[in-house]
Design a protein around this ligand. Sequence first.
Ligand code: ZN
Length: 180
Amino acid sequence: MAEETPKCIFCGIIDGSVGSAKIYEDELVICVLDIFPATKGHLLVIPKKHVSVSTQLDDTTTAHVFAFANKISSILFDAMGAQGTNIFLANGQVAGQKVDHAGVHVIPRYTDDGLKLEWETKQITEDELKDTFTKLSSKLQPTEEQPQAPVVQKTVEPEVVQETVEEEPVEEESDDDVLP
Ligand SMILES: [Zn+2]
């Protein structure tokens, strides 16, 4: 078994040993105000089960976390006058994760709120695009026997073409004069 994290702040919030501004709780998630908000009304939706990254969550909890994040966005529009929200999840330190317990940030956005969640786009070559496409799509297709080119072709080529080829032409071209 993996060692338990000695002191997980989110688990502390969940069990009540760490104080928080809890606005919602059910059997799967807890929702608290972030004490270091990016904007006014910044919320954290935390699954009660301690997992480091969201990929360790079961599908039911995952669905509930994101459904709740979606629902609370709607409430932020109504109750806080937010003009938008960002729903943000960091999996891993390299992604900016600060606490070793998965959690979804719901950040209300207001005109001129000064928050920047932007990145510079990069150029990608045809080969890089194809390589990335193959790596990912082959994981999602059940046809593992032919992971490379066939997968690409499958999605690029039109699907209907072959079906019309099988039938032989019905018309008899010899009798030009006899038309129905
Ligand atoms: Zn935890």
